[in-house]
Design a protein around this ligand. Structure first.
Ligand SMILES: *[C@@H]1O[C@H](CO)[C@@H](O)[C@H](O)[C@H]1NC(C)=O
Length: 104
């Protein structure tokens, strides 16, 4: 009796676990452009007023395809970072980018 109860409990738990949904919650808004000058201090950046958002918030002419100058680096490399500080439209998206130029 105890063995069959244990088996039923294990089966029901396995079925419950197979139906678990594991994903990030959907964002509450379509975009949240970082307001880097907001006096409000939060972990990250607060959203800029949607009426003040413009196309430049989503564009960065970084020329990442061009090699960078590595002469100023002791290790012969130059890293170009693109994150929310350079591209405010990346705020809350969890996306950043780095391009590395290594001296031959
Ligand atoms: C990286 O490259 C940029 C553009 O070529 C240059 O302005 C900058 O000084 C370089 N940094 C280093 C550490 O060499």
């Amino acid at each position: 009796m105890a063995a069959s109860s244990y088996f039923l409990l294990a089966v029901s738990r396995a079925l419950a676990a197979s139906q678990a949904i594991a994903s990030d919650p959907s964002p509450l808004q379509d975009f949240c452009v970082a307001d880097k000058y907001s006096p409000v201090k939060v972990n990250g950046f607060v959203c800029k007023d949607p009426m003040a958002v413009n196309a430049d918030d989503f564009f960065k002419a970084a020329n990442l395809d061009k090699p960078r100058n590595t002469m100023g680096s002791k290790v012969g490399s130059n890293v170009t970072l693109i994150n929310v500080m350079q591209l405010p439209g990346l705020n809350t998206l969890g996306i950043s980018l780095a391009a590395l130029t290594m001296h031959p």
